[in-house]
Design a protein around this ligand. Structure first.
Ligand SMILES: *Cc1c(COP(=O)(O)O)cnc(C)c1O
Length: 431
């Protein structure tokens, strides 16, 4: 086992010996020369595999039918299930959410400028820029991490054609306030709901807000279809147009009435998506237990705050998001990421460094004159921790106890990280 302290500090037990977790908590941190907490690496977004047999049965029926794609029965059933769960009248399944966003952006006639958060996955500004639209980056609310409504309004110009807002981590945007702004300025409102499948706000499911909402069913998401996405809307005419556009613009045999792409979902993906949906309540229950274990385990760790979920609403609990206050922890978010890598935990720093700082998007923000202080802070402080079916509540207890010990011994952890050469360390710790 690699370690960073052979020559220096002998393993030292920490004082207290009265709790159950003790054999864990008392263990020396890997960065201080102990063994890694986990033999197998824990990942953020390891796929939630549903029942294998059920999936294989569906796949057999796909093969038997020779209907591998082009709106076959698996896709039709998947669209019906998603529409129902999302409380939307129409659902158009797509090959992934990014293509779904591009299709929705085009079908809604967005052009010129669209307001979008910078603190999100790069797919959002990418989908806009790919359509020749200028993404106008807007700051987020420090509590929900969703677009700040006042900032949205301030960013509207004569060229603004729409708002692309993101229900980040399954936290729901201020949907009514955004709709009011969109109506008043006669612009479109599209939601990236990639994180929010299965979530509610005011008991209403995510899926029927704005002009349309887009889900992702990528392998790393809560419900997966290998790769997949879906556009949901209550607008029948829009749904029809989107359906044509996902299939080269065909509106009938040999009849192309729209500009289109190939954005269809395959039958194999829909078979996975349907099997995954069957496991939805089990996954939520599992995630919720993990979330509670994280909250318990980190509750008394100074400077580590886990984003809470409103217990009155339904939530998928798919993202465990912690904000690190370095002044209180004595360790930066990046130092915690590094320390966890040595424990074989691949915690992640989403959405570092913010889309506005990425080379293809800097030019859109160069002279925008709108500061993004919350985005800047969050991209330095947000730590995303592993959960999902591959992570047990016992794993979470062990993981959180390692964080607690690291914060207790922050000075030593900092010193060891500074001289550590372990190849598992992320390159940015030496930046
Ligand atoms: C995953 C994700 C996407 C892209 O989804 P794909 O299905 O991989 O194209 C878009 N937005 C957010 C916020 C995401 O997390």
């Amino acid at each position: 086992m690699q370690n960073c302290t052979d020559a220096v500090v002998p393993a030292r037990r920490i004082e207290s010996t009265s709790s159950n977790l003790l054999c864990n908590t008392a263990a020396t941190l890997a960065v201080l020369g102990g063994d890694s907490a986990f033999a197998e690496t824990l990942h953020v977004g390891k796929p939630n595999l549903p029942d294998r047999q059920r999936f294989m049965q569906r796949l057999e029926s796909v093969l038997d039918s020779y209907r591998l794609t082009n709106f076959g029965p698996q896709v039709v059933e998947f669209e019906q299930s998603v529409a129902e769960l999302a409380g939307a009248a129409h659902c158009v399944a797509t090959c992934n959410a990014t293509t779904g966003l591009e299709l929705a952006i085009r079908a809604l006639g967005m052009a010129g400028e669209v307001i979008v958060p910078s603190f999100t996955f790069v797919a959002d500004p990418a989908a806009l820029a790919w359509q020749g639209i200028t993404p106008v980056f807007c700051d987020v609310d420090p509590h929900t991490h969703c677009v700040d409504v006042a900032r949205v309004e301030a960013a509207i110009t004569a060229r603004t054609s729409g708002i692309l807002a993101v229900h980040l981590w399954g936290n729901i945007c201020a949907v009514e306030a955004l709709q009011e702004i969109a109506d008043r300025h006669r612009i479109k409102l599209l939601f990236d709901a990639a994180h929010a499948f299965g979530c509610t706000v005011g008991k209403r499911a995510v899926g029927s807000f704005g002009d349309a909402e887009v889900f992702s069913f990528h392998a790393t998401k809560f419900i997966n279809a290998f790769e997949g996405g879906a556009i949901v809307t209550n607008n029948a005419e829009l749904a029809q147009r989107l359906r044509f556009m996902t299939n080269f613009g065909f509106s009938a045999e040999d009849e192309v009435s729209h500009l289109g792409v190939n954005g269809k979902m395959s039958e194999a993906s829909a078979a996975m998506g349907l099997t995954s949906l069957e496991a939805m309540s089990d996954i939520i229950q599992h995630n919720r237990r993990n979330h509670e274990a994280y909250v318990r385990g980190l509750e008394f760790v100074p400077g580590v705050r886990v984003l809470q979920r409103d217990p009155a609403e339904q939530h998928n609990y798919h993202y465990i998001v912690a904000e690190i206050d370095t002044a209180a922890t004595g360790l930066s978010r990046d130092q915690l990421v590094a320390m966890l890598r040595l424990e074989n935990v691949m915690a992640r720093r989403y959405f570092h460094p913010g889309c506005h700082r990425m080379p293809p998007y800097r030019k859109f923000h160069a002279d925008a004159g709108c500061a993004l202080p919350v985005t800047e802070a969050l991209s330095q402080n947000v730590l995303v921790l592993p959960t999902g079916l591959a992570v047990s509540a016992a794993d979470v207890s062990l993981l959180t106890s390692r964080i607690a010990v690291a914060v207790q011994q922050a000075a030593r952890v900092r010193a060891e990280l500074a001289r550590c050469q372990d190849p598992r360390l992320p390159t940015f710790t030496t930046e």
